[in-house]
Design a protein around this ligand. Structure first.
Ligand code: GLN
Length: 230
């Protein structure tokens, strides 16, 4: 399973979110601490963010994050108040070019999927960015409306009960995370909130979001909903 992270708050540099934390995505690309399936996330990476005009910007690669010296050079001068990043461990049989790396986008939302799903359980859509299962799922979530993502996850899970459907999505004013087969953690900082597959350090303020929950972050706070009872 891949590892992903989202930030909503005051602008922070991409390097401070992705490369600098001691157990952040860079370290998680070769030594994740809480990953249940897979040892490495070496099949590419992606960073997406909202620019000052609200436009979606992305930089994705099929290479391991640890080997990307050019990204490490530029990441300190890329900053945004809404960032989504992921490192990838490709599911067997999936394409490995950069178009299969998260985050995916419809021009308004950025989406990362941590898990796997049978491609038969997701409608084939011409606007999917790749034939990768995650890209098909992203296109389906976008088409059904980001506000309906929980319903979409439930519907896909009915068609493929073995699917892992952990989603992390951002747009300019919110983060939405869904745990379906894995967990998330979040940390409230003075200048914003980070939501991640696993804590980027041992700060005791990290809060765990268990499986089958939805977490939403807006400028006014964090809301966690139990999907078993909702
Ligand atoms: N199934 C997706 C892929 O192949 C995501 C894999 C994952 O979460 N490890 O990229």
């Amino acid at each position: 399973m891949c590892r992903h992270l989202a930030w909503l708050g005051e602008p922070r540099s991409v390097s401070s979110l992705v490369l600098d934390p001691p157990c952040g995505l860079l370290r998680q690309s070769y030594a994740p601490r809480r990953q249940k399936r897979g040892l490495l996330n070496a099949d590419g990476w992606g960073v997406g963010f909202l620019d000052t005009d609200g436009g979606v910007r992305r930089w994705r690669s099929a290479r391991p994050l640890w080997g990307d010296a050019s990204f490490a050079s530029v990441a300190p001068v890329l900053s945004s108040g809404a960032v989504l990043a992921a490192v990838r461990s490709a599911t067997a049989g999936m394409p490995t070019d950069e178009s299969a790396a998260a985050p995916f986008s419809d021009g308004e939302w950025l989406l990362s999927h941590n898990g796997r799903v049978s491609r038969e359980a997701v409608p084939a859509r011409a606007d999917a960015e790749s034939v990768c299962d995650s890209a098909l799922l992203a296109a389906h979530v976008f088409a059904a409306g980001a506000a309906n993502a929980v319903d979409t996850v439930r519907e896909v899970a009915r068609l493929d009960p073995d699917a892992y459907l952990n989603l992390l999505m951002i747009t300019s004013d919110r983060i939405v995370g869904i745990t379906w087969g894995d967990e998330l953690s979040y940390l409230v900082e003075p200048d914003g909130v980070v939501v991640a597959s696993e804590p980027w350090d041992d700060d005791p303020r990290w809060v765990d979001v268990p499986d089958h929950h939805r977490v939403e972050v807006t400028r006014s706070g964090v809301t966690v909903t139990d999907l078993e009872t909702a």
